[in-house]
Design a protein around this ligand. Structure first.
Ligand code: HEC
Ligand code: HEC
Length: 558
């Protein structure tokens, strides 16, 4: 692109000027109606940083910038391109201020941000989009989530396409234009502009409503953590938020939580910003330096936050988080284990907050057939109880009540494990460790009881929670003499798959990379006479590192 021939430079720079000032033939027709929209920019830092190229009109709207809305990550990504490709010089502090102002002024409403929350939560799976044609055109190089998190005037949608074609001319061959004989049908790129302008317009009732009521979110205080980590199971704990003095949207945090299955306790401290009145972006660290990014959405009533905390070179390790405001009342978060078999006596641990001072034996109720025999001592965050399950207790979930707090379907009462499952059904890992980092894949095995109808995979099946399965790797035979199991990597007792090194392997025939695909198999001892063990498996693809990444960088640090 950046070649020496001066003629090319002239063509190139005139393209940039056209895209910058917002002129393109495809866009011209809609330009007039679009120019009545747009949100003025009333911030000295943004004007200073951007208006040398993005000229202000008489209403204080900056070209391009005032005509599209997106997430903090979306703004971050654009600003990053201004720096990397358009020669803008910005210090980090100014960039953060610009992201903050633009996310608040030209952001998304909660209803607009939720459908593609997975994009900013860095979940591995892009969700299928309702229009398969648009999805095909726009997901050749990046996720659909990136597109769904944008709201633009139709002129801005057209200019975005022009940016793609100008900077990345292969876009035409790869996706934007059809090859083969000419037809009357519009090109994919024109269909995309039309579709996106209709479904993701700049002006929406959601944004009008949210921007009218939006205000700094008052989240200071203590919150109850309920989390789920794939393969590791539930986490419970507390999250305390303290405002940074003289700010409205910056916070520091103190977190403690416990993995209920193995009792591992974690403490973290962190900091965060809330963008657009509801988008929490934070970062927290353990003493050992292990860092999480926190992406959460604050509910409108300021009583719940939901999202994902994650880490790993590919953001593949994470906890799904729900936070609930915990005032001084005792509140229960969850219980371990999640299932009790009939006719047994067991110890249960209940997790929550503000538990001292209560007399648990009086205020706890686990429902019919479960007798509470003894309370074995409590602290503020947990207590243990001995329970006996009647041999005749009916199978099914029990709601748990404690003081004024309750959990629906907290515990399953069952007789035996009828089947197990492996999650995910298809996983992906990337070799690494030399030139690129490894991408790990955690698997999870869960046990189920067939429920009252005695049939597997029906609505009344009981989820008995995660089990400690025996894990192994088996060949997924696709070629003659397939030898992937020897090279792709290994799985440990907790279901965590670690891929092998990247690069050619001289020990493998043809010096192939350590990539391939295999079955990941879980087995578990059966409790019936008819079968000796229960089995389930998932497919695992072990592939090459991501050599090229067009990912937005983190935006959360104040
Ligand atoms: C040196 C000139 C220059 C400066 C300064 C500049 N930009 Fe740009 N901007 C461009 C050019 C050229 C384009 C069109 C090509 C492109 O999209 O990269 C553009 C396009 C854009 C777009 C449209 C991108 C899209 O997704 O369609 C946005 C939004 C934007 N700039 C935001 C900003 C912000 C915010 C700032 C201030 C921090 C800024 N720009 C500063 C040159 C500049
Ligand atoms: C050939 C690969 C390719 C295809 C196909 C493609 N994109 Fe992109 N897109 C990119 C790249 C690369 C970037 C990052 C540009 C940058 O910031 O350097 C990008 C960035 C974006 C952005 C963020 C722009 C910003 O900075 O604000 C949006 C939105 C987007 N694409 C939408 C789309 C849509 C809509 C389609 C389908 C009509 C599409 N893309 C198809 C490669 C592609």
């Amino acid at each position: 692109m950046f070649c020496q021939d001066p003629r090319h430079l002239i063509i190139w720079s005139s393209f940039l000027v056209l895209v910058l000032i917002g002129s393109s033939s495809a866009a011209a027709q809609t330009a007039e109606s679009d120019s009545s929209k747009g949100i003025p920019i009333d911030n000295a830092t943004v004007k200073q940083a951007c208006s040398s190229c993005h000229v202000a009109d008489e209403k204080g709207r900056l070209s391009r910038i005032s005509f599209r809305r997106t997430t903090p990550e979306g703004w971050q990504q654009t600003i990053r391109r201004m720096v990397t490709l358009n020669g803008v010089d910005l210090d980090p502090e100014t960039a953060r201020e610009v992201v903050r102002y633009l996310s608040n002024t030209l952001g998304l409403a909660p209803e607009e941000a939720y459908p593609a929350a997975y994009e900013v939560e860095r979940r591995a799976d892009d969700q299928p989009y309702k229009d398969a044609g648009i999805q095909e055109t726009c997901t050749q190089c990046h996720s659909m989530g990136r597109v769904l998190n944008q709201r633009r005037t139709s002129k801005e949608w057209a200019l975005l396409m022009a940016m793609h074609r100008g900077y990345y001319p292969f876009t035409d061959f790869q996706a934007f234009r059809r090859s083969g004989p000419a037809t009357d049908e519009p090109q994919p790129v024109d269909q995309a502009i039309k579709h996106l302008s209709e479904h993701f317009p700049f002006q929406t009732s959601e944004w009008a409503a949210w921007s009218a009521t939006m205000r700094p979110a008052r989240v200071a205080g203590t919150w109850l953590i309920r989390g789920q980590a794939l393969g590791l199971g539930p986490v419970y704990g507390s999250f305390t938020i303290t405002p940074v003095p003289d700010t409205e949207d910056e916070f520091t945090t103190a977190t403690t939580y416990t993995y209920a299955r193995n009792g591992r306790r974690v403490t973290r401290t962190g900091q965060a910003i809330i963008y657009t009145g509801f988008q929490w972006r934070g970062r927290s660290s353990e003493d050992n330096g292990n860092t999480h990014r926190e992406v959460m959405f604050v509910d409108r009533d300021l009583r719940t936050m939901r999202g994902r905390w994650f880490t790993g070179s590919y953001d593949e390790e994470g906890i799904d988080i729900t936070l609930e405001r915990a005032d001084s009342q005792p509140v229960i978060a969850g219980v371990h284990p999640l299932a009790l078999s009939t006719g047994t006596t067991e110890t249960l641990r209940l997790y929550g907050l503000n538990l001292t001072g209560e007399s648990p034996s009086n205020s706890i109720d686990l429902g019919p057939g479960i007798e509470i025999m003894e309370v074995l001592g409590n602290n503020d965050e947990s207590f243990d109880i001995r329970v006996h399950v009647d041999a005749e207790a009916s199978h099914g979930y029990r709601d748990l009540f404690f003081d004024r707090s309750n959990i629906s379907n907290a515990i399953a009462v069952y007789d035996e494990v009828d089947r197990i499952t492996v999650m995910p059904s298809t996983g992906m890992a990337r070799v690494g460790g030399i030139r690129f980092p490894k991408q790990y894949q955690q698997f999870e095995a869960r046990a189920y009881n067939d429920g009252p109808d005695g049939e597997s995979n029906t609505a009344d099946d009981l989820d008995l929670g995660i089990i400690d399965a025996n894990w192994s790797i088996e060949e997924y035979a696709v070629t003659i003499g397939d030898d992937d199991t020897q090279y792709v990597g290994s799985i440990d007792g907790s279901g965590l798959f670690t891929p092998s090194l990247d690069g050619p392997n001289v020990e493998r025939s043809g010096e192939r990379n350590n990539i391939g695909d295999v079955w990941v198999t879980a087995t578990y001892p059966a409790q019936t006479m008819s079968r000796s063990q229960l089995r389930a498996r998932g497919h695992l693809v072990v592939t090459v590192p991501l050599y090229l990444r067009w990912d937005p960088t983190a935006v959360e640090q104040p």
